[in-house]
Design a protein around this ligand. Structure first.
Ligand SMILES: [Zn+2]
Length: 148
């Protein structure tokens, strides 16, 4: 397959970076993105990195990511994020889990999204499952089936 992968948001330390709490989303999402790209290439897939580190703001970051994604003819777009979660600063020993968004139940990304949820849940995270959103910019505007 031909696959676009990107980490969400600008890089840490820039405007429009990701959530900051227990972890810094932009930094950790870039680590996961690099690992995912490496693993997919090991399996023989062609991978393009569509991460944008230094856009002028939130909207520009999303527009530039989607422009990079849509410049390639691919089978799948993968957007890596970490949610800010429950705001449980004391720590309750539980994870809030993993979830993957796709545009709709008929998205061709859905079977891949289900596999990602199952694989991450296999590491001990609660499986929150595949969710649907027609409002998320990347899911709405990428040409290829996308998951976030
Ligand atoms: Zn995010």
């Amino acid at each position: 397959m031909r696959i676009n992968v990107h980490a969400g948001h600008n890089a840490d330390g820039r405007t429009a970076c990701g959530a900051i709490g227990f972890i810094r989303e932009s930094t950790e999402a870039r680590r996961v993105k690099d690992a995912v790209a490496w693993m997919l290439r090991q399996q023989g897939h062609t991978v393009y990195d569509c991460t944008v580190d230094d856009a002028a703001g939130v909207s520009a970051n999303l527009r530039e990511i989607v422009a990079k994604c849509n410049a390639r003819d691919v089978d799948l777009d993968i957007s890596v994020h970490f949610n800010s979660g429950v705001g449980d600063l004391a720590g309750n020993g539980k994870t809030t889990g993993t979830e993957v968004y796709v545009y709709s139940p008929s998205s061709e990304a859905r079977p891949h999204a289900e596999k990602v949820c199952q694989a991450i849940a296999g590491l001990g995270f609660r499986n929150r499952g595949v969710k649907y959103s027609k409002g998320l910019y990347v899911l709405k505007n990428t040409k290829a089936p996308a998951m976030l």
